[in-house]
Design a protein. Structure first.
Length: 251
């Protein structure tokens, strides 16, 4: 929004699509708050937290599948961005084989780069004195999604805010409603131990605040550079909170 607003005085996007994505993010927040509240009430050894997480994971996956059907099949017209048809005509359409091949190659390259990133991030963070929470929530998120961030900014500069918001919010929806619950289910078969959805209160509060400001800003169908500044200000404040968070001493 900041980059697009500096080039274009005011930009517009599909309100229905933005509100639908914001609602899905709110659903994800509800799914994170309840397990955390359950663990807080029942104590760290809550007996049913694993079962609760599994059932919530199934609900989130079902909601994500329903969202795909809604946005791609039954109500696809609501999510058609302004100027999307003209942009496709100018750029030219790829064949399914070419698009699939490029997607497969990009996926393999990103997986390889992710392995390099994970291997380099721990010694680098120790050398810089960064705590694990800041590295996990901000450093890895920024570096791991650099390509998405660059594409969203490029789309905004081209006055295609529908595409820009779809990238920015859609990736968050995908992680919260597909990747996280899928990891919960896979953790029972792969990994050192089962994973649950009961994150600590600080992380849940961070997600809640981020979703609240996103819904507030993205709900009127227009954007300008000031909205971009406001969102970035919230992001920097959250980053500072994690940066100065005390590092837990080893047991």
């Amino acid at each position: 929004m900041l980059a697009g607003g500096l080039r274009h005085r005011e930009q517009h996007y599909n309100v229905a699509a933005a509100r639908s994505q914001a609602t899905m993010l709110t659903l994800a927040v509800i799914a994170l708050i309840l397990p955390a509240a359950y663990r807080s009430a029942a104590g760290p050894d809550a007996p049913e937290i694993g079962s609760l997480s599994i059932w919530i994971a199934f609900v989130l996956l079902a909601a994500y599948a329903a969202n795909l059907v809604f946005s791609l099949v039954t109500h696809a017209s609501l999510f058609a961005g302004s100027g999307e048809g003209e942009a496709r005509a100018q750029e030219g359409a790829w064949s399914p084989a070419r698009a699939g091949g490029v997607l497969a190659a990009a996926t393999a390259a990103i997986a390889w780069m992710s392995e390099i990133l994970v291997g380099a991030i721990e010694p680098s963070s120790e050398a810089l004195g960064l705590n694990d929470a800041f590295v996990g929530v901000f450093v890895v998120a920024i570096l791991g999604n650099a390509a998405e961030h660059a594409t969203a900014v490029t789309a905004a500069l081209r006055n295609r805010m529908d595409l820009s918001l779809s990238i920015a919010m859609g990736s968050s929806v995908q992680v919260a409603l597909f990747v996280a619950p899928l990891l919960v289910l896979l953790s029972f078969f792969v990994g050192p131990g089962p994973m649950d959805l009961a994150f600590n209160g600080g992380m849940v509060l961070t997600v809640l605040l981020a979703v609240l400001i996103t819904g507030q800003v993205a709900g009127d169908g227009r954007s300008d550079w000031l909205k971009g500044v406001q969102l970035l200000a919230v992001y920097v404040i959250l980053g500072l909170a994690y940066f100065f968070a005390p590092v837990p001493s080893p047991a």
